[in-house]
Design a protein around this ligand. Structure first.
Ligand SMILES: Nc1ncnc2c1ncn2[C@@H]1O[C@H](COP(=O)(O)OP(=O)(O)OP(=O)(O)O)[C@@H](O)[C@H]1O
Ligand SMILES: [Mg+2]
Length: 275
């Protein structure tokens, strides 16, 4: 393991400790009483949350608990039935289509389903958001794409089409596409689900290294509990459409909250009844 990796882990562990002792940061994203009903079911039932600016936040919780729906509200792909979503000082619900599009340019999102374009090869999928922004010439775009692909261990795979890739490779292409624009807000929906433990580790390390270089606000939905706690400052636990707990990753690790403890430990006995 390289010295660089150890330095990074040391630096991030110290940061997490400082954030634990003084969990303050300006607010990047805020939900005030957000409610959303889908197919007759109240998926978000009064969500109040704060995403700290310039930190890594993990959103965890049971499957079907509304994590992906929450992320879609942040980028305006879904609108609340009730309540407000704020990005900094801007209230999403009040933005015109043009202003919303401008705001979206500041975000990069990796969807849980990867959402690659089937008709584009890997190179063109990853280059897509850069070409759309029209800020770089083609040689600079290709240099960035190649670098992003090497970061996710997919060098040389650029000519392949999505239906020639394994599920884990598709996820890594989607991650490369999210990282390539170096956005102000990076939203990752399950970046490591379905990947083997070594690739999972390398992806967490890549997200952390990218964060330390850019300091952009990062939000990661993850089922990789408890590993994910090492890779974020702040944790939000969503359960049955509400925020059950939020705080520094160290505080959440040590919480006495019975539902959160049961979830983190994956225990069958406790307030959450599965069987
Ligand atoms: N577009 C939609 N139309 C109807 N129902 C939806 C839609 N999107 C999500 N849902 C429902 O909302 C609930 C929450 O879904 P969501 O995808 O947010 O869960 P999640 O917490 O991300 O779960 P997982 O960990 O399995 O990804 C689910 O019951 C799902 O069926
Ligand atoms: Mg989801």
């Amino acid at each position: 393991m390289s010295d660089l990796y150890h330095q990074m882990m040391q630096q991030f562990a110290e940061e997490r400790q400082r954030y634990h002792q003084r969990p303050t940061a300006s607010v990047a994203i805020r939900f005030d009483g957000v409610e959303k009903t889908l197919d007759g079911r109240k998926v978000l039932d009064g969500v109040d949350l704060v995403i700290p600016s310039g930190k890594i936040t993990a959103i965890i919780g049971m499957s079907g608990g509304g994590k992906s729906v929450t992320l879609k509200h942040i980028v305006g792909l879904m609108q609340p039935d009730r309540g407000e979503v704020w990005i900094g000082a801007q209230r999403l619900g009040q933005l015109s289509g043009r202003r919303l599009n401008q705001l979206r340019q500041r975000f990069s999102m990796m969807f849980q389903s990867s959402a690659l374009f089937d008709s584009l090869n890997v190179l063109d999928n990853v280059a897509f958001p850069l070409r759309e922004r029209r800020l770089l010439d083609e040689s600079m775009i290709m240099a960035r794409v190649e670098r992003a692909l090497s970061q996710v261990s997919l060098t040389g795979m650029g000519h392949k089409f999505p239906d020639e890739l394994s599920g884990g490779m598709m996820k890594r292409v989607a991650l490369a596409r999210a990282l390539v624009t170096e956005p102000e807000f990076l939203l990752l929906d399950e970046p490591t689900a379905g990947l083997d433990p070594i690739i999972e580790h390398s992806i967490h390390a890549l997200v952390c290294a990218t964060y330390l270089r850019t300091r952009y606000t990062t939000v990661m939905i993850s089922h990789a509990v408890p590993e994910i706690f090492r890779w974020c400052h702040h944790v939000i636990v969503l359960h049955q459409g509400k925020v059950l707990a939020a705080g520094s990753s160290m505080a959440i690790t040590e919480t006495e909250h019975p539902v959160v403890r049961q979830f983190i430990r994956g225990e069958l006995q406790g307030p959450i009844k599965i069987i």
